[in-house]
Structures are given as structure tokens and as C-alpha cells.
Design a binder for this molecule. Structure first.
Ligand code: DGJ
Length: 732
């Protein structure tokens, strides 16, 4: 519900979702102030605003002698640089003389049914029965700019989205230097920020730090959302845990450079904002032109982070991913990357496929190395023509043979990249990002194609489209293996880097949109050196993303733990690989690897023709379990039962069906010590009045006991052992 009230003090706008309230007001002078975001409240919250002498902070001219009115102290919806706010701001622009200054004031608002969309960018969707849109227009006539703040509301899901449209309404050119998607001011409270940092092979490690005075900054300058920082943050009250306390999420639907900041200001107020990266960003707007920011999802839970994650999981599955119902269950794949790397031929692939088919695997995925002269990772990118010599025939011949084994076929692509040693680069060197007169930075010995140019996107698309149409291809893994640098568009139209980086992301989205609409049956998995572009923007185009290049089950536990705060299991690609693990050298039992991979889109990444008879039997069991638990793991509620970064004895997580009739408990032992005490795991989310039968033992437990007292782990010794128990509620 979006409510609008007006009185002598100005205007009040309230967004009420099922369990949260968001309120803002317009002052008599037209400033748009933020009043509250949090657990549900009623009434007019303007009483929260305090007015003290802030003469040393700066007062707007039209406040006259009133020194108590200062933008440096008041909470705001979309603070801009130029009217007296010296904290980090959401919006900054300059005019064609390079003069910075802006004073945005309310110019109107409108409420419409249904959820707004954003041209060329991902956005949460919801029909007119599920969602509503609030548009608040801010204007500065003198600066020649109008900012439309977009608020989307999905009331039943307790989700509010934000984005902004910035338009040049003047006669002169303006340049936008900062344009956040959303920002929230909290007048009171003490908070921690939880951000998700990492590196290649170790993505989304949560770190919880207090918000401090001064500005804390998180973001990416790499051109992608990055392995190093995820565009997702949680702001949590000090006492907030998994099951209690108030917390807030900001999840950006964008796959490029972003910036998020948190700050405690001089008056102890907390500000947090997120949006486009402002470094290297300068976006000129001619008269009438507009810039659309990406969208940020906001949500708040009054009962801890598990609930916050559940809100996001459901939203991503039902209102961001667009092809959830296309297939009821995704096939179990085997990917040849870790089995062969570049060293394969058609015969070898068919041998792996044959063994996989015999064990029940449902799809064979041919990874890197099938095209051009791509026999190592130094050449060939850009030449999307099948290497028939290497495959020993056409792609169709291989695919037909795999289909005849009863398996679907999938293929790997990396459309945004080019090697200097490729026919594409030799024909179009200007299509790659390089700066004339300067040697480019290489990453994995490759260059990045200028996807801000539609003609480049289309030319690559056409090549790949030809391959996809040449055989019965059911799945594509779209990879992206280096960060951007040397950003320069080599056409007659000079562009600055800020514009190019934004249009690059639009180009990637345009490619994906074309791929999914022209191949509606295709299952597309995102990838970027593992999880370097694992964000909610991507999930608008692809339902799943390869979570990490690290397939070690024990490292994966922490990677998947961190990922689970913002993203559902249905978005995670997770495979069982060989031991000793290729990345860490660690050996873990096949059962453990299976249990860990089942907290994602389960598959294999090894040569199944080389495993033992015993492991082969385990693979058959795993595939049967994966099918049996698919609905529970992909549509059920996910519970983090331990924090594997701090609890080193064991890691535990759980899936519970929405009706609480079924649960799957997963435990893996971590560090082992001599003469260990017994460990107990407490479950969550069960029916406290219900009784549950553990399927393996037939033993009956009370739901309340499983949650309050827990169950003892059956292990005596050995690290990295897995215990998976399926509980079904009994009618007593
Ligand atoms: C990086 C991906 O994350 C891997 O899974 C694999 O596809 C390689 N690229 C191939 O080059």
C-alpha cells in the first residue's frame, strides 16, 4: 500500500508492506526527507526529525535565519552534492563549465499499478496484483536536471526496490558523476555491515564489521561485479543473529562496476547507499537525454538474517529469474573441464559421456577448447567455429551420439573475449579494448571485446548462434574470464570511460536477452572464472551461475555459506570433482562431495570412467538423491545452522519444505581433534508441535526437541565426513 497525505507541514508518503514500513516526507521548502525504514509502524513519523542549531554544517538559503535546517544533518531520500550535505551523497553532476552544484526539490509524484521496468537493465517484475510503483520527481531547474526516483513495492514479499532516472531538462549539456540506485539514512541505532569479499576461487566470504565514523567503501572497478566484492550488503543491528534482531539488505541488480558506502555521520546517524561506481564514471547528457540507474532491492527482517535471506531467495526465484517454470527439474550434467582441460578429442569425450550415461548422468557439457585453434588458453577466443579436426567430426555428429546415449548436450562460450591470436582479432583489432599508443593489460592472455558497440555484440552473437543452430544443444555455459582495463571505444564517436563501462554491461545484457529469447528452450548458466559475476542482475537473464572455480568440498562449504545470504540454492552451480582436489589438493569422500554439491545445481566435473566401482555406486545413489530432493532443495527454505568460518568442528545446513512436512539435514565435519567431545546440531524451521521420522534410522523425534536440544552427530573420528538425514513429519 502506498499512502499520500498532505497537511500544513508538507507531504507524507508511506509505503506499507506486510511487515515493514518505509516513510518519507516533503518539507514546506520541497526537500525530500527520509523518515523511516524498518519493522512495521503506523502513523506520521515526522516527529522523529529534530532541529538543532546546525549553523556550522550549512543551511539552505531559503531557510533564512533558521540555522536548524541543514541538509548535512537531516535524513534524505536522494542526497545530492550542492545543497549543503557533506556526507557521501547519492547524486553528483556538473554543468558544461565543470561547475558542480545541484539542489533537487520535490516536483510531484505518482503511483501506478504494477512494477516499473528499466530499459536495457534487469529489474524485479510483478504484475498489477502483486506490485505497485511510486515515482517521485525531483527537479533543479537551474541545473537543468530532473531525477525521477522509482520505488517498486511487492507488499506480500516485504520487498521495496529503488532506481533513478536522470534527465537533462535544460538547454545545456550536463555531466553526471555519481548516480546511486538507493540510499538509506537511519536517524538512530548502531549497526554492523556485512559484506561479501573474496578472490578467484574463494568468493563471497562474509565479513561483519561495525559501521564507523568516516566512510566505508565497497565496490568493483573491474568491469564486472567481481570475485572481490559482491554487490550485496547487509546492515544488521548489533545484536542481530540468524534468528533475531533487525537487519536490512541492499542487493544491486547490476553486473558491472558498482560502489557501496556506509558511514556514521557527525551526529551518529548511519547512512548506507549503493549504485553505479562513481570512479571512472562521467555520463554526459544532452538536452532531453536520460540515464537509468540499475535497480537495488531493499528488504528488512525484524527476526534475523535467516528470514532476510528467505525474502531474497523467494524474490530471486519468483520475481527476478524469468524462466523458472521452463523446466521442472534441471538435468544432472557432467562437465569435461576438470576431467580433460584442453586435452581431449571426440573419442575421449564420448568415452567420458558413455560412462556418465551408464551411471545416470543426464547431460554432457563440453567446456572450453572446442573451437578455432583453442588448444590452450592463449589463443582462439573470438573464433566460434567448431574445431572438427579435434572433435573428429562435426559438432552435430558428437551431439547426436551423446543424445543417442540418452543424454542432453551443452556447450561453453566466452563471447566477450578475444585472443590476439585469432582470426577475429586479425580482422577487427579495433573491436578489442586497447588504448592507441599503449600496450594493453592482458588477463589470461586475452583481451576484452568492446561490447558497448552493438555491431560487435551482434557479430559475436551471429557466430555463436550459428553453432547453437547446428546441433541439438540444450545448455550453454557463458563464461567471462578477465577484468576490464584499457577502456577505449575506437569509433569516430569519442566516448569517455564512464559511459563505455556502463554501455558494456548493457551490451552483455543485450547479448543474453537475444540468446534467451531466440533460444527459449536453452538452459543458460552464467560464469566468470567461477563466481566473478554472481549477482542478481545476471539472474534476470540466467537461472544459475557457476559459483566458484574452487570445487573442493570443504572450501565450497564456506563459499556456498556466504553465497546463501543473498542468493538461493537454485542460483548456484555446484559439481562433484575428483580427489585430490585440483585446486586445493585436499581429499574428501565421494559422499561428502555429493552432499555439498547438492546445495546447488548438482553435477559432475571429473572423468567418471576413472573412478572406483564403489564411487560409481555412490554416484548412482547421489543422482537418485538429487532427483528425490530436488523440490526440497530448490523450492524449500534454506537454513544456515552453523557459521563454518567460525565454527570449525562441523558445518551444518538444512532444507525445510514450505509446509514444514519434510526436512533434509546436512552435516560435514571440519577440523578434527583427539578425544573429541560429542557435537550436537540444532535444527531450524520445523513444526515445533510435529514429530519427525528420520528416514534412514526410522527413529522419531519431536520437532521442538530437534530445534531446542538438537541431535548428537554420529561421528567419532575423521575429518570431512558427511551426514545427510531426511526427516518426514509423521501424522501422530
Ligand atoms: C573458467 C570457468 O570458471 C571454468 O569452469 C572453465 O569453464 C574455464 N573458465 C574454461 O576456460
Amino acid at each position: 500500500m502506498i499512502l499520500f497525505e498532505q497537511d500544513s507541514q508538507g507531504k507524507l508518503i508511506t509505503i506499507q508492506t506486510a511487515a515493514t514500513t518505509y516513510q518519507m516526507c516533503v518539507t514546506e521548502r520541497g526537500f525530500l526527507l527520509h523518515l523511516y525504514y524498518g519493522p512495521k509502524t503506523e502513523g506520521d513519523l515526522r516527529y522523529l526529525l529534530t532541529f538543532r542549531d546546525r549553523g556550522f554544517s550549512g543551511n539552505p538559503y531559503d531557510a533564512g535565519d533558521n540555522r536548524t535546517f541543514s541538509m548535512d544533518a537531516l535524513p534524505q531520500e536522494y542526497p545530492c552534492y550542492g545543497n549543503g550535505d557533506y556526507r557521501f551523497i547519492a547524486f553528483e553532476m556538473c554543468d558544461d563549465h565543470g561547475i558542480y552544484g545541484c539542489d533537487l526539490r520535490y516536483a510531484g509524484h505518482e503511483v501506478i499499478r504494477g512494477k516499473y521496468s528499466i530499459p536495457g537493465l534487469p529489474a524485479v517484475y510483478g504484475d498489477e496484483f502483486q506490485a505497485a510503483t511510486l515515482k517521485v520527481i525531483l527537479r533543479d531547474e537551474a541545473a537543468g536536471v530532473e531525477v525521477t526516483l522509482l520505488y517498486g513495492m511487492l507488499a506480500d514479499q516485504d520487498v521495496i526496490t529503488r532506481a533513478a532516472v536522470i534527465r537533462n531538462i535544460g538547454e545545456r549539456k550536463i555531466e553526471i558523476h555519481k548516480a546511486y540506485s538507493g540510499l538509506i539514512d537511519f536517524m538512530s541505532g548502531e549497526y554492523d555491515v556485512i559484506h561479501f569479499h573474496g578472490r578467484h576461487g574463494m568468493e563471497r566470504q562474509p565479513e561483519r564489521v561495525p559501521v564507523m565514523t568516516g566512510t566505508q567503501s565497497y565496490g568493483s572497478r573491474r568491469g564486472t561485479s567481481s570475485h572481490q566484492q559482491n554487490p550485496f550488503l547487509i546492515l544488521a543491528e548489533k545484536d542481530c543473529t540468524e534468528t533475531q534482531g533487525t537487519c536490512y539488505a541492499m542487493q544491486l541488480l547490476y553486473s558491472g562496476n558498482f560502489h557501496a558506502e556506509a558511514e556514521i555521520d557527525q551526529y551518529g546517524q548511519t547512512r548506507m547507499g549503493i549504485g553505479l561506481q562513481d570512479e571512472m564514471f562521467a555520463y554526459p547528457l544532452e538536452k532531453g537525454e536520460a540515464l537509468y540507474t540499475p535497480e537495488v532491492v531493499l528488504c528488512c527482517a525484524a527476526d534475523g538474517m535467516t528470514h532476510l535471506s528467505h525474502i531474497l531467495h523467494t524474490l530471486i526465484r519468483k520475481n527476478i529469474c524469468r524462466d523458472q517454470n521452463r523446466i521442472s527439474r534441471r538435468p544432472v550434467p557432467i562437465n569435461n573441464w576438470e576431467a580433460t582441460y584442453f586435452d581431449f578429442n571426440g573419442e575421449k569425450l564420448l568415452e567420458i559421456a558413455k560412462q556418465a550415461a551408464a551411471l545416470g548422468v543426464e547431460m554432457f557439457v563440453l567446456d572450453d577448447g572446442w573451437f578455432g585453434a583453442r588448444n590452450d588458453d592463449n589463443r582462439g577466443l573470438g573464433d566460434w567455429t567448431v574445431n572438427e579436426k579435434k572433435l573428429g567430426g562435426t559438432l552435430k555428429q558428437i551431439v547426436d551420439q551423446i543424445n543417442a546415449m540418452g543424454m542432453q548436450f551443452g556447450i561453453w562460450i566466452e563471447p566477450e573475449m578475444v585472443n590476439e591470436d585469432s582470426d577475429l582479432y586479425r580482422a577487427h583489432p579495433d573491436w578489442a579494448f586497447t588504448i592507441p599508443g599503449r600496450k594493453p593489460v592482458r588477463g589470461r592472455n586475452q583481451l576484452v571485446l568492446d561490447f558497448s558497440r552493438p555491431e560487435v555484440v551482434n557479430a559475436v552473437y551471429d557466430q555463436i548462434d550459428g553453432v547453437l543452430r547446428s546441433a541439438n544443444i540444450a545448455y550453454v555455459k557463458m563464461d567471462m574470464n578477465r577484468s576490464l582495463m584499457d577502456i577505449c571505444t575506437k569509433t569516430d564517436k569519442m566516448q569517455n570511460q564512464g559511459v563505455i563501462l556502463y554501455h558494456y554491461v548493457l551490451g552483455v545484457y543485450a547479448f543474453l536477452e537475444k540468446l534467451r529469447t531466440q533460444h527459449p528452450e536453452l538452459l543458460i548458466e552464467g560464469c566468470s572464472g567461477g563466481g566473478g559475476r554472481f549477482d542478481a542482475g545476471m539472474l534476470y537473464y540466467v537461472p544459475q551461475i557457476w559459483c566458484s572455480d574452487n570445487t573442493d568440498a570443504i572450501d565450497r562449504i564456506t563459499i556456498q555459506y556466504g553465497t546463501s545470504f543473498g542468493y538461493p540454492v537454485s542460483a548456484v552451480g555446484s559439481h562433484v570433482s575428483a580427489v585430490p582436489n585440483e585446486q586445493t589438493g585436499r581429499s574428501t569422500p565421494m559422499h561428502t562431495r555429493g552432499v555439498v554439491a547438492m546445495a546447488g545445481n548438482f553435477g559432475y566435473e571429473l572423468d567418471l570412467s576413472r573412478i572406483s566401482e564403489e564411487d560409481g555406486q555412490e554416484v548412482k545413489r547421489q543422482i537418485a538423491d538429487c532427483k528425490k530432493y530436488w523440490k526440497l532443495t530448490h523450492e524449500g527454505l534454506y537454513y544456515r545452522l552453523t557459521d563454518p568460518l567460525h565454527n570449525r568442528e562441523f558445518a551444518a545446513w538444512e532444507f525445510v519444505s514450505e509446509d514444514r512436512a519434510e526436512a533434509l539435514l546436512n552435516v560435514v565435519t571440519l577440523d578434527n581433534h583427539c578425544n573429541n567431545p560429542t557435537q550436537y546440531v540444532r535444527m531450524s524451521g520445523l513444526d515445533p508441535k510435529g514429530c519427525y521420522e528420520a528416514q534412514e534410522s526410522g527413529r522419531i523425534y519431536h520437532g521442538s526437541a530437534l530445534m531446542q536440544a538438537g541431535v548428537p552427530l554420529p561421528f567419532l573420528q575423521n575429518e570431512y565426513q558427511a551426514w545427510q538425514v531426511h526427516f518426514i513429519r509423521k501424522q501422530m
